[in-house]
Design a protein around this ligand. Structure first.
Ligand code: 0X9
Ligand code: CA
Ligand code: ZN
Length: 377
């Protein structure tokens, strides 16, 4: 059981949010064509990820840019990737953002992002291909459905569709927001804390929960602490510690700098686990202004991955999460996706299937931004 679930179970709320997880129906398992992505050990190390990204950026420099958006306490680079035609120019095309690993012990989020990047750049220059050698071309797109009733799922997607998405949008990916936490396999980052409000001259503990460190409604905890204290830590030794002030962490600052300097319309922040698609707000039960759009895009995502769609606060209330800030501050249609049924599955095939299914989700999200792009945000 997730630590946070335990915390809130103590508050007698377990039934409320375990319900959707217990009833979540996993979609049929997708198969990745062997030609596109071969299964490997489940997780890249930070160093392997860096090497992989540098290699892809070198080999596909016409459509992929790799750059640093910040440096962590332990000195790791926080990498961002941009994929588009004319990648070195801002062309005013609709922009989308995918992020993984706000929490270092939720590794599948990085794999989903990395495999998506790899799939995009490797597919871009490919002609339309009969991936499953059945004589038919592009008859089964990545949508979680066996469109041609051959018992295989998503086995022959369209290369030119992927190419058109890359041409028509600007795709940003931050595969690992919290590399220090990832390297230590812990939820928080590794920054030293100086008491709850940062006023203690001595180091009192280590680590801030990046997904509590964003600035939107951050001070509200003092208004109704009973609502938030179970899942938003005001004490520095808490595993959900929100930091001494909003955007105190290098990681949240890095994401803020990318988001503030672009015009993102839709964003997905990948976490594990629970098979859920969550839309704002996390801080209040009031519906977001764009509830209709949030639900209609969310339902389409759920048609692909079969996850359960709901408002974030239904899981539990939080302050300072990335999606509340992206939506509240910038009007970005920001979703949290809780992948899978455990934090870090050890079975490579399970991780591989999560990746493939969410490549489909990500392509849909890009298509959605392309269609609705400038009306959003
Ligand atoms: O607590 C979080 O940050 C996310 N869940 S996790 O188990 N991956 O830690 C959920 C964030 C969504 N926001 C709210 N539920 N308020
Ligand atoms: Ca472009
Ligand atoms: Zn998480």
């Amino acid at each position: 059981m997730k630590p946070l679930f335990k915390i809130i179970a103590v508050c007698c709320l377990a039934v409320l949010f375990l319900g959707p997880i217990a009833t979540a129906q996993k979609g049929s398992q997708a198969t990745i064509p062997a030609t596109t992505i071969a299964p490997s050990g489940p997780y890249h190390t930070y160093e392997n990820m860096t090497t992989m990204l540098q290699g892809l950026a070198t080999n596909h420099s016409d459509i992929m840019e790799l750059y640093s958006i910040g440096t962590t306490y332990e000195g790791r680079t926080i990498w961002a990737v941009k994929i588009s035609d004319n990648v070195h120019e801002e062309e005013g095309e609709p922009q989308v953002l995918f992020m993984g690993v706000h929490h270092g012990n939720e590794k599948p989020g990085a794999e989903v992002c990395l495999r998506f990047i790899q799939y995009l750049v490797e597919t871009y220059h490919m002609p339309d291909t009969d991936n499953d050698h059945d004589g038919k071309l592009n008859e089964d797109p990545i949508d979680g459905v066996d469109n041609d009733h051959d018992g295989l799922i998503d086995e022959d997607p369209s290369e030119s569709y992927v190419r058109s998405l890359i041409n028509d949008t600007e795709i940003f990916v931050i595969p690992m927001v919290n590399p220090d936490g990832y390297a230590a396999d812990q939820r928080e980052n590794k920054e030293p804390n100086h008491g709850s409000f940062g006023l203690n001259p001595f180091v009192t503990s280590y680590g801030v929960d990046i997904n509590r460190n964003y600035g939107y409604k951050w001070f509200r905890i003092f208004l109704t602490p009973q609502l938030y204290l179970g899942s938003t830590g005001i004490r520095d030794y808490s595993t959900v510690y929100r930091g001494p002030h909003p955007f105190s962490t290098a990681e949240a600052q890095a994401v803020r700098s990318l988001v503030d300097s672009h015009n993102i319309s839709i964003a997905i922040s990948y976490h594990t686990y629970g098979q859920e698609i969550l839309y704002p707000w996390g801080y209040t039960r009031l519906p977001p202004r764009d509830i209709t759009t949030f639900r209609s895009i969310g339902k389409n995502i759920s048609h692909i991955d079969s996850y359960v769609l709901s408002q974030s606060i239904g899981l539990y209330p939080t302050l300072g999460d990335a999606c509340d800030w992206m939506y509240g501050e910038h009007g970005i249609m920001a979703y949290t996706i809780e992948l899978g049924t455990s934090f870090e599955p050890t079975n490579s095939q399970v991780v591989h299937d999560l990746c493939w299914l969410h490549i489909g989700v990500n392509l849909y999200v890009c298509d959605c931004a392309r269609t609705m792009g400038h009306q959003l945000g």
